[in-house]
Design a protein around this ligand. Structure first.
Ligand code: DP6
Length: 373
């Protein structure tokens, strides 16, 4: 069976995730629920190759308030064909099925027991579906964790470390950034020479002591544009294939991560601000210079950025912004600035948000098992 020691965790490769023997004779049905957070990348993943391997290493803060709650109900298969149903916020969602079907096909070789069950997947997000906040990271990681709970029922010997690594490995095959949504508070995904244990196959916890400046860091998400994403990440990543600046970009990201490793240890907030904002703008620069090209920022995104810069100039605050592949702005700031920055956000920035919508989030500790029977 799959019992792996901690020492082996650091050299896991694809074959270690293959489930070779299984006996499900004692499992008829059951249900498991995981609550899994979203994450915000500080160094961005943008560009990948098969099978879901990143072109550069990335690092993210795990969030807390933005999460997906997923229940997986399983029942031993009754027909020759296994089946599954998907419900989102109480409604049957057949249009979500193709993405999940592709995911299940992709991971079948690692969790072959799934062919023996019928599934009902029930999911809901803590944030509005149309908010422009990517739900694939929290959604795919929640499903991966539910499947790992089923694997643990079949093979109770697996260690917690193996459980988390394999959950991250499976989640990655659903959505790259999802592999960074299993644990907290800072997760690295992608081989990086300065980060021990880092891997292209799964996310790992930042392995060094994090300076207190970064404890309980805040992320206020300003919902500038709540519409559907203009460029899906699948399309977006493909734009990096023939991109004239791709190689330089991958190098830049790896260099930024190398610098950030030191900053996270020594607490240098000025360097943090410089690296994080440069990453956000570089991500958008890649979209503006791809073929076809896109501008995903909106006029209000730029207004917010300029307000943040002016506030920093005036007050000496260490506030900064980052962006995903969209117009929303993540405002990042340390715990000791929360009162001043909250006042600034409410007085000066909320007016740029769609219907004044924003979400107060902060760094969190990772996914939680809610129920399992
Ligand atoms: C801009 O993880 O959504 O948020 O692997 O195709 O599902 P897929 O892409 P996805 O890409 C995330 C891109 C990003 C940056 C990041 O989170 O690192």
């Amino acid at each position: 069976m799959n019992h792996l020691s901690l020492t082996k965790i650091y050299s896991l490769n694809e074959s270690d995730f293959t489930f070779k023997e299984f006996n499900i004779s004692e499992i008829e049905n059951g249900s498991v629920t995981w609550k899994t957070p979203s994450n915000i990348a500080l160094v961005k993943y943008w560009g990948k190759r098969e099978p879901q391997l990143p072109e550069n290493a990335s690092i993210s803060f795990t969030l807390d308030a933005c999460f997906t709650l997923t229940t997986l109900k399983f029942k031993k298969r009754s027909n020759s064909q296994s089946s599954f149903e998907v419900f989102f916020e109480g409604e049957k969602k057949d249009d979500f099925k193709p993405k999940i079907e592709t995911f299940l096909k992709r991971i079948e070789q690692y969790v072959p027991f799934i062919k023996e069950f019928d599934f009902v997947i029930e999911s809901r997000n803590s944030f509005p579906h149309s908010s422009g906040i990517a739900s694939s990271a929290s959604g795919m990681s929640a499903l991966a964790l539910c499947l790992m709970s089923l694997e643990k029922k079949i093979n109770p010997d697996i260690t917690n470390e193996y459980f988390n690594k394999k959950a991250s490995f499976l989640a990655r095959l659903g959505s790259g950034s999802a592999c960074r949504s299993i644990e907290g508070e800072l997760i690295v995904w992608g081989n990086h020479k300065e980060i021990e244990g880092s891997s292209n196959l799964f996310g790992v916890k930042f392995p060094y002591e994090i300076h207190t400046n970064f404890k309980n860091y805040h992320d206020t998400i300003l919902l500038v544009d709540e519409g559907e994403k203009q460029v899906s990440s699948t399309v977006g990543h493909k734009l990096m294939y023939d991109h004239p600046f791709a190689e330089q970009r991958f190098k830049q990201a790896n260099n930024h991560l190398g610098e950030l490793v030191e900053v996270l240890k020594n607490g240098d907030l000025d360097s943090f601000v410089r690296i994080v904002e440069s990453e956000a703008l570089s991500l958008h620069a890649m979209m503006m210079t791809s073929n076809p090209y896109f501008i995903l920022m909106k006029p209000n995104t730029l207004k917010i950025i300029h307000q943040i810069w002016a506030f920093r100039e005036k007050t000496g605050s260490k506030i900064c912004f980052t962006l995903d592949a969209g117009a929303n702005v993540h405002v990042l700031y340390p715990e000791n600035e929360k009162v001043d920055v909250n006042n600034f956000v409410v007085n000066k920035l909320i007016k740029y948000c769609q219907e004044n919508h924003y979400i107060c989030d902060r760094v969190g500790n990772g996914a939680k098992l809610v129920s399992n029977y």
